[in-house]
Design a binder for this molecule. Structure first.
Ligand code: ZN
Ligand code: ZN
Length: 53
């Protein structure tokens, strides 16, 4: 299941989301829903604790 890393909501298959590797450790995939992306809610990488917008 795909979960938004910022708001912890499960993203349904029909919804679009943004997915990228953590810019700091390049290991962990960061998944954010469009709502969090639009609001620029920050995320924290679970592996390295990097926080980004
Ligand atoms: Zn979200
Ligand atoms: Zn990281």
């Amino acid at each position: 299941m795909i979960k938004c890393i910022s708001c912890n909501k499960i993203i349904p298959n029909t919804e679009k989301y943004s997915r990228f590797l953590c810019p700091n450790c390049q290991k962990t995939e960061i998944i954010r829903c469009l709502a969090c992306k639009a609001k620029n809610i920050s995320y924290t990488c679970p592996s390295c604790n990097f926080t980004g917008p």
